[in-house]
Design a protein. Structure first.
Length: 277
């Protein structure tokens, strides 16, 4: 990949508004900081043909990672070797590929706006939505309840955008010892995970091995799909999973954990990777 386009202009991820805050004592005018949400057009160019995949609503910044993670998660590319160059701008990113999965590209017709909460908008059939090709998940890591709890304690302090605004989601790469190795934030849950996967694409570290994924919200089917595609064998969600997320996790042997708190959690599939030591 051409390194000349790897530098991205610093962008603002927060915006300040004058607001009214009400309580039992009355109304007060204050300055409030919110997370920025703006559109990004994602385009793929291969063999002199450019295809628009649509528009996603995201927190600006890390757009290369977002685009690459999205392409990898959807099965359009298999890794950094498929990438020639990336051309990001303020509201679009164009990915130049030496190879792309044309079957997926033809099936994946995003004809409307992809909101920051949408992971599968634009799929042209239910069968395509449920179809997934992912790596065989490793038997490990074996991680203890204590290590999961430690990583959860560290998660909040590793989210500067959330600390400032309270309005972002996070996806974190966690070692088998519970150490947070990398974290991405975005107003969209799916975007945060795509940014993390894109970071791993650039580092040529996919599929992941002996690592755990933590997401700050609930575990939807789409997030489980992306986790399996990236090769994670353990996924921890602070919130609840959906029924389809549990079913997919069980089908593929993913250890899916929900309602992860400081002192308790619920394991929905493959509990053998979690110890109580």
């Amino acid at each position: 990949m051409n390194t000349q386009t790897q530098c991205q202009t610093m962008v603002s991820t927060e915006k300040q508004f004058d607001v009214s805050k009400l309580n039992q004592q009355g109304s007060t005018r204050i300055h409030d900081v919110v997370a920025v949400e703006s559109p990004l057009s994602i385009n793929v160019s291969c063999d002199d043909k450019t295809t628009s995949l649509g528009i996603t609503m995201r927190t600006p910044g890390r757009d290369r990672e977002l685009a690459l993670g999205f392409l990898y998660s959807e099965g359009l590319i298999n890794g950094i070797a498929d990438i020639i160059d990336i051309n990001p701008s303020s509201d679009s990113v164009e990915v130049f590929c030496s190879a792309v999965n044309n079957d997926v590209l033809m099936d994946y017709q995003r004809i409307s706006t992809i909101t920051s909460s949408c992971g599968i908008c634009g799929k042209d059939s239910i069968s395509n939505m449920l179809h997934i090709h992912g790596p065989r998940l490793s038997d490990g890591p074996i991680i203890s309840l204590r290590e999961i709890e430690a990583s959860l304690r560290d998660l909040r302090n590793a989210q500067p955008l959330f600390v400032s605004t309270g309005g972002s989601h996070a996806s974190a790469l966690v070692s088998e010892h519970g150490d947070i190795l990398h974290i991405e934030e975005d107003v969209g849950r799916h975007n945060a995970l795509d940014k993390l996967v894109g970071h791993l694409v650039i580092k040529n570290q996919l599929p992941v091995r002996e690592m755990m994924l933590i997401v700050s919200g609930r575990a939807s089917f789409e997030l489980v799909h992306k986790a399996i595609r990236a090769g994670f064998s353990i996924m921890v969600a602070v919130g609840a999973p959906s029924s389809l997320a549990v079913e997919m996790a069980r089908e593929h042997g993913l250890t899916l954990i929900g309602f992860a708190k400081k002192e308790s959690l619920t394991i929905y599939s493959t509990p053998s990777r979690v110890s109580t030591d």
